[in-house]
Structure formats: C-alpha cells, structure tokens
Design a protein around this ligand. Sequence first.
Ligand SMILES: Cc1cc2nc3c(=O)[nH]c(=O)nc-3n(C[C@H](O)[C@H](O)[C@H](O)COP(=O)(O)OP(=O)(O)OC[C@H]3O[C@@H](n4cnc5c(N)ncnc54)[C@H](O)[C@@H]3O)c2cc1C
Length: 270
Amino acid sequence: MNIKKFDSRFQILKIARIVKENSVTKTFVFDYSLGAKPGQFIMLWIPGVDEKPMSVAFDDGKEFWITVCKVGPASEALHKMEVGDKVGIRGPFGTFYTFSKGDHLALVGGGYGAAPMYFSAYEATKKGCKVDFFLGARNKDLLSYTHKILGLDNVKLHISTDDGSAGFKGFITEVLQKVLKEQKIDKVFTCGPERMMVAVGEIAEKAGVKSFMSMEKYMKCGLGVCGQCAIDDTGELVCKKGPVMKFDYLKKLPELGKYHRDAQGKKHYY
Ligand SMILES: Cc1cc2nc3c(=O)[nH]c(=O)nc-3n(C[C@H](O)[C@H](O)[C@H](O)COP(=O)(O)OP(=O)(O)OC[C@H]3O[C@@H](n4cnc5c(N)ncnc54)[C@H](O)[C@@H]3O)c2cc1C
C-alpha cells in the first residue's frame, strides 16, 4: 500500500470516509498518516468558515481520524461536508500521553474525549499495557466508540450514563473510584469536560496515582504565537506546554475547573 505522507506544515486533504458516531458526533477519516501520538491535536481549516483545534482520534501510520461534536458554526459546517470535500490540516501539535511497556492504565473519556482515549488504548495495548477504559455519557445514545473499544485486546470497558440507560447509573468517576480502590493502576489519563477531568484528577490523587489530562483552552494559532491559550496566572501556553498536562501542575491553577475564556479573552464560569 502506498501510504501518503503528510508534510507536517499545512496540507489540503480530501475527506476519505465519514462515520456517524451518534446524533451529534461524526468521525472524519483521511487517507494520510500524521505520525501523531495520542493526545496531540491538529488545526483544522474549514474553508470559508474557520480554523479550529481538534484532537487526533486515531493514526495507525496509514490513516488518521478526527471525531467532531456538533456544537457551533465551525463544527456544524464540518458536519455538512461530504466524502471528497477538502479541508486544511496543520500539525500534529502538542504533548501526548506517555506510558511504559506493561503499565496498567485507567483511561477516562467523556463526550468526544472517548476518541483520544481510544487512540491511547490502541497504542498502549500494542506495547503490552493493560487498560481499564471508563466511558461516560448523559445517556446511551450519546455514547461513542463503544464497539471500537470492545474490539481491542486487554481492555476492560466500564460504562456509565447519567440516566442509567446503559451501564452504571451515575457519573463515571464513581466507577473509577471503585476500581482504583480494588486494583493497582500505574497511571490515569483523561479527556472530556473539564469538570469531569478535575474530579478524575482528585480521585486519582486520593488513590496515590498520577493523572494526566487534556486541557482545552481557546486556541487560534496552535503554534505558540498568538498567546490566546495562555494559562492564568503562569502565562504558559496550552498549545505548547499541553494539551496533555499533569494534574499535579494543573490543580494549582486558579482557572482549573472554574472558568474558560472565549475568543476575546472574556471569562465564562462553568
Ligand atoms: C486541544 C483541543 C482539542 C480539541 N479536540 C476536539 C475534538 O477532538 N473534537 C471536538 O469536537 N472538539 C474538539 N475541541 C474543541 C473544538 O475546537 C471546539 O468545539 C470547536 O472549535 C467549536 O467551534 P464551533 O464554531 O463549532 O462552536 P463555537 O460555538 O464557536 O464554540 C463552542 C465551544 O467550543 C469552544 N471553542 C470554540 N472555538 C474554539 C477554539 N478555537 N479553541 C478551543 N475551543 C474553542 C468554545 O469556547 C465553546 O465552548 C478541541 C479543542 C482543543 C483546544
């Protein structure tokens, strides 16, 4: 197979496949490898609309995916695109989740955060890691990636829904807490809504396990030039120091789990 190499600065790519994950989420597949690692992101240019950061949902050296939730103008425009339509890609950028051969990992995904967690599980199990995968959603129709996760060896899937329509009724953090009490876990990775990730970090800390989360701050350039994603009060840039960062560092920041900033820098409390 002739694998198409991405030149790692900017390229216009055709969408090769589109998979509907649930009523609000689609996965877009590109016949290229970015050489990306789990947790890294790309800047996605939707011609005539905007350019937005998106996590790499999968990259096996032959193709890469992004999984996008429809929340506003840019993601809605992308959801209207079809196979063969073109978008611009820059990247991959940022830090990634790291593990050692044979680690026992707990991966916690909420919303489209399931996608980078799946990519982490795929890579980690290739390196002999054992994975407990925690997947949470408001209801069963909003769960995504379940079948893909179940297709991985050495992965135990735990599901929760707020309304009890699938798996445990309640928050996925309650399931995590129970498993961390019963088993020796080496590291916890999480990606999803910020307040969920903070709860994950606190639970892991109480259990004496290091945790790492993907910080989503408003990003414009992804290159460390514009300063939009600077963290209060350290001024460090999430697009360079992150997005994957240690909870030990993040928990000291005044903004963690409390507020985020919009394109103009205005604070919005969660
Ligand atoms: C590192 C990183 C990885 C991300 N990965 C994914 C992903 O895999 N899948 C996915 O669906 N979304 C992801 N996002 C969020 C995604 O970029 C926004 O949801 C998207 O830009 C929304 O744009 P919109 O015009 O559709 O909606 P809007 O109505 O403009 O915004 C909806 C929400 O998205 C946030 N947002 C908007 N623009 C940006 C931006 N430039 N940077 C950060 N947040 C923004 C807003 O603050 C708001 O909370 C990621 C964000 C970051 C920072």
